[in-house]
Design a binder for this molecule. Structure first.
Ligand SMILES: O=P(O)(O)OC[C@H]1O[C@](O)(CO)[C@@H](O)[C@@H]1O
Length: 452
């Protein structure tokens, strides 16, 4: 089996000679700190050797629950937000048919996502769609108290019980949450739902290889053994004793810190040329955004889907402020082959493409864009993924996780907390008069009155 690989030649050229290598010591220190548990946030390092520690028995347990849901449900709604949502969606969309919900062949339940917003229309339309469906719910929340997820779960639980009866609903509602704390745990224990525990030492954004991601992914019909095997292969390839030059996570962490600190590149754009990878970028944005964006520091993680966004963001990227670099996920071999047909009239002038595969055109778009953007002053990191399957997506996941741990340590932040996320929650609860927030409610209302 091949591994995903990294090409930084078109990024390192924006740094002085030897600048990437100059990070070797810092990378080593970061790797040691992660491995020895001496880095900031060291109570959240459970993800570090997770792939190699997932047992076949545990996979079987997850698969058995997934099989029950697959058997009893036409639709499985995955309720969760942030790290309790994005990883599962990223993998399911990367591996699935782009039109899964339309071509449903009844072999797999339709997977829907909720609990990741507070859109009233979204929830009204979802609950309306579910009215005549045999649906189940996977309620995912590490804290068990996240508002978006909890309020969605309340709606879905009631609807599921109304439609299927309380007893049957028990078989198709599963909670993935803390071992003891939170509303999700309380409901599961009271109602007798099947539960999976999110380990205390694995933060939400690093949790896709726990039941948080594995259960929905297995429900969708994908091979979670292969996903974990791919991640385990990357755990080896990115291990702390692998030579710096040979270690893709070390190099990625080094070059992006170099671009940030030495070349003024403050924004990293994660780029794909396969629309299926849109949510891989969304997952990556949370991973890097919550891990590095603190203490007034951190690369801003952005994303674009190419070639789509070349027709919207392409102008900015080519000629806007030179504070960006791109990291491109390039898929070597697509799962389908589609050839352009010859056309006698050639009205569209496209006969020069006749007999070529669509992916050949895509690859030339990718190469052409790379050259143009590099010429325009945008450093380019390229991650080659041999194919979109469980094994390589597993590799990609672990690669980004370990590189993130290393990178955050080089940056000098605690990559495993997210204190800044609380600010909006505190204001929202104060505005909604949540019990326990009385003083904040009074203060925020006075402030708003003054500002009015
Ligand atoms: O799993 P939970 O506790 O519902 O949290 C969901 C997400 O919300 C955050 O805590 C931010 O509020 C993320 O870090 C996390 O991934």
């Amino acid at each position: 089996m091949k591994n995903i690989s990294l090409d930084i030649t078109k990024a390192a050229m924006f740094l002085e000679q030897g600048a990437v290598k100059a990070y070797e010591t810092k990378v080593k220190e970061a790797q040691e700190a992660l491995e020895n548990g001496t880095c900031p946030g060291n109570d959240f390092l459970g993800w570090l050797h997770l792939p190699s520690s997932v047992t076949p028995e545990f996979i079987d347990e997850i698969q058995a629950v997934a099989d029950t849901l697959r058997e009893k449900c036409e639709v499985v709604v995955v309720a969760g937000i942030g790290g309790s949502y994005l990883g599962a969606r990223a993998v399911i969309e990367a591996l699935g048919n782009s039109f899964a919900w339309l071509v449903n062949d009844k072999k797999n339940p339709t997977i829907m996502f909720a609990g990741n917003n507070i859109g009233e229309d979204y929830l009204a339309e979802l609950t309306d769609y579910l009215k005549d469906k045999k649906f189940g719910v996977i309620n995912i929340s590490k804290s068990g108290t996240t508002t978006e997820t909890a309020l969605t779960f309340r709606l879905l639980k009631k609807q599921c019980e109304t439609q299927r009866g309380k007893e049957e609903a028990k078989d198709v509602i599963v909670a993935v949450t803390d071992a003891c704390k939170g509303a999700a745990r309380a409901a599961a224990d009271k109602e007798g739902y099947k539960t999976f525990v999110i380990p205390d030492n694995v933060g939400g954004r690093f949790s896709v290889l726990t039941p948080v991601g594995l259960l929905p992914i297995a429900c969708a019909g994908f091979d979670i053994k292969q996903l974990v095997a791919g991640a385990a292969a990357m755990e080896v390839a990115c291990g702390k004793d692998v030579a710096f030059e040979e270690n893709p996570a070390a190099i990625y962490a080094a070059v992006r810190n170099g671009l940030y600190a030495r070349a003024g590149k403050k924004i990293e754009i994660m780029v794909n040329y396969q629309p299926k990878l849109h949510f891989m970028s969304e997952w990556w944005k949370q991973l890097y955004g919550e891990s590095e964006g603190k203490d007034g520091k951190g690369i801003f993680p952005a994303s674009c889907d190419f070639t789509t966004d070349l027709h919207s963001m392409g102008q900015w990227i080519q000629e806007g402020e030179r504070t960006i670099f791109e990291t491109v996920i390039s898929v070597e071999e697509t799962n389908n082959k589609l050839y352009f047909p010859e056309d006698e009239e050639n009205l569209d002038g496209l006969n020069f493409l006749a007999g070529k595969r669509v992916d050949e055109v895509n690859k030339m778009a990718e190469l052409g864009t790379r050259l143009a953007h590099v010429d325009g002053g945008v450093p380019n990191i390229r991650i080659s993924v041999p194919a979109l399957n469980e094994y390589y997506i597993g590799q990609l996941i672990y690669f980004f996780e370990i590189a993130c741990g290393i990178s955050g340590n080089i940056l000098g932040v605690n990559p495993f907390n997210q204190p800044g996320v609380e600010a909006y929650k505190k204001n929202m609860f104060a505005l909604l008069d949540k019990p326990g927030y009385e003083a904040d409610s009074k203060a925020i209302k006075e402030r708003l009155a003054k500002e009015a």
